[in-house]
Design a protein around this ligand. Structure first.
Ligand code: AMP
Ligand code: ZN
Ligand code: FE
Ligand code: FE
Length: 279
């Protein structure tokens, strides 16, 4: 069984509609896929509906924007009840903060000599409720200011970059509690990507597991090199938590992340599915 537990559709910042993503997962030889859009469940119904015809198991998920010590941390949640009031309220707060950030980013980019409008960004975001920096990047590409999303991030939009603008993100410990409270399984996304290693050393990961109920670490991810993957697998073993793997597929939005670029062990997937069923 080949299982990819972290993908994004056009309901957040990917480029495939949920049903198309599920069909592509089948074509890529996957047996199971989790849709984990940023801060929204809106794509899950379409993805679930597309599963049987494609012959792919679809696991409902999300990727929450969280922070710890002022640093951005992404939390995957699998199998959450999508009508949990506390979790839904927090996701709405996160999306409101995304909306609030757009005019501030647009103003900043104007100061940096790249005039564009909020409408330019929203045109790229289309029907997503979760507008993000990738949509700002797409607007910059369309204006001809940069060649692609990567250049937009590397030159301007990356955390701490010249056009970076902060937004509210849920404290990580609270996000773990919300996912658990909704019957979901919380797994830390790409824990050591892009300089996060210093913010999330083993002692911190251990505390998140023991005191807050973190259930797993996404060890195999395209942003992790071989040594990082091995180190995270070893930590997951020591802490007695799940080690997952996934592509973080974004369609055309991230060309280094094809579906199935990294995969999850079938026994780990079965464990997640069992925990979700137990609520
Ligand atoms: P936001 O959700 O608005 O904070 O934007 C973060 C999103 O941008 C994440 O989903 C990342 O996957 C994406 N991202 C970060 N760096 C890049 C990059 N170099 N190219 C494309 N997408 C990126
Ligand atoms: Zn994304
Ligand atoms: Fe992420
Ligand atoms: Fe992601």
């Amino acid at each position: 069984m080949r299982i990819d537990l972290h993908t994004h559709s056009s309901v957040s910042d990917g480029t495939d509609a949920p049903a198309a993503l599920v069909a592509k997962a089948a074509a890529a030889g996957l047996d199971a896929v989790a849709l984990t859009d940023h801060d929204t469940f809106d794509g899950l119904a379409e993805a679930h509906a597309a599963g049987p015809a494609a012959g792919v198991e679809v696991l409902g998920g999300l990727e929450m924007s969280t922070e710890r010590g002022g640093n951005a941390v992404h939390l995957l949640g699998y199998g959450c009840r999508t009508d949990d009031p506390a979790l839904l309220a927090e996701l709405a707060r996160l999306r409101d903060a995304r909306d609030d950030r757009v005019p501030r980013m647009v103003a900043r980019l104007g100061e940096l000599g790249m005039p564009l409008t909020v409408e330019d960004v929203l045109a790229e975001a289309r029907d997503t409720p979760s507008v993000g920096r990738p949509h700002v990047a797409d607007a910059l590409v369309r204006k001809g200011y940069v060649a692609n999303r990567d250049e937009a991030f590397d030159s301007w939009l990356a955390d701490g970059g010249p056009a970076y603008v902060e937004r509210y993100q849920t404290p990580l410990e609270d996000a773990i509690a919300l996912v658990r409270g909704a019957g979901g399984v919380p797994v830390l996304a790409h824990p050591w990507s892009r300089g996060r290693r210093a913010d999330l050393p083993e002692e911190v990961l251990a505390e998140l597991v023991r005191e807050h109920g973190l259930a797993g670490l996404e060890a195999d991810h395209p942003d992790h090199d071989a040594a990082t993957r091995a180190a995270l697998h070893a930590i997951a073993d020591r802490l007695g938590v799940l080690a997952t793997g996934s592509s973080d597929y974004h369609g055309l939005g991230k060309t280094n992340n094809p579906l199935g670029a990294c995969v999850t062990d079938p026994a780990v997937y079965a464990d997640i599915v069992r925990r979700v069923a137990e609520g």
